[in-house]
Design a protein around this ligand. Structure first.
Ligand SMILES: NC(=O)c1ccc[n+]([C@@H]2O[C@H](COP(=O)([O-])OP(=O)(O)OC[C@H]3O[C@@H](n4cnc5c(N)ncnc54)[C@H](O)[C@@H]3O)[C@@H](O)[C@H]2O)c1
Length: 204
């Protein structure tokens, strides 16, 4: 397997264009695109959230996803195939609280996904979103530390105690879903949002 590593700040369009161009130069095509970069932002009530923090989260989570899609879709339309998976969140389909920027951006990612899926299905391109619940990564660790800096591990246990599966998800479980959506096995799945949250979205 050949791997090309390119670093990019997704808030900068020229960086996004660069990683897309470099990929096409090296591999000649883009079969699949996992549009995953995201930040949570500082947790706060809406009135205290702050316009600057709001803009910062939107710049990465929504503008970054849009720019990635725009540049990759141009290539995929030319080649006549491709699959995109955008990372939304449970915070893109439910109100989590204290996350104005995150909520707006992730609801927006779902809107972008549905809009572009409608446009590009005719060109043989599928665009889907995933909506992870609590997956144990650096982001969740930081989030728990914002809630309870001294007892974040027990805060984590409490956090997942209401989940039907009573645990955090694993990054590799998300990876499995993304691989499936990018593969031909998912050849007729388009424009959908798939929760991966241990069943939390199904709860009353
Ligand atoms: N962990 C969870 O519970 C959870 C739940 C729902 C959604 N998500 C989403 O999953 C995605 C991955 O998050 P994670 O949990 O692995 O968090 P993470 O903090 O471990 O990883 C986020 C990644 O995004 C990158 N990134 C941040 N800003 C960037 C920028 N401007 N340009 C390029 N890259 C940038 C970071 O370098 C990092 O590698 C995010 O979109 C996040 O919102 C995570």
């Amino acid at each position: 397997m050949q791997v090309e590593v390119i670093t990019a700040d997704v808030t900068r369009e020229e960086n996004v264009k660069k990683y897309v161009d470099a990929t096409v130069a090296k591999f000649g095509k883009i079969d699949g695109f996992f549009n995953n970069a995201g930040i949570e932002g500082k947790q706060n009530l809406t009135e205290d959230f702050g316009a600057e923090e709001f803009a910062k989260v939107i710049a990465v989570n929504l503008n970054g996803v849009f720019q990635g899609m725009a540049h990759v879709l141009k290539q995929m339309r030319e080649q006549g195939f491709g699959s995109i998976v955008n990372t939304a969140s449970v915070g893109g389909i439910r109100g989590v609280g204290n996350q104005s920027g995150y909520a707006a951006s992730k609801h927006g990612v779902i809107g972008l996904t549905r809009n572009s899926a409608r446009e590009y299905g005719q060109f043989g391109i599928r665009i889907n979103a995933i909506a992870p619940g609590a997956i144990m990564t650096a982001m969740v660790e930081n989030s728990l530390k914002q809630m309870d800096p001294d007892n974040w591990e027990s805060a984590g246990e409490q956090f997942v105690s209401v989940n039907p599966m009573k645990r955090f998800g694993k990054p590799e479980e998300v990876g499995g879903l993304v691989s499936f959506l990018l593969s031909e096995d998912a050849g007729f799945i388009n424009g959908t949002v798939i929760p991966i949250d241990g069943g939390q979205h199904a709860m009353y």
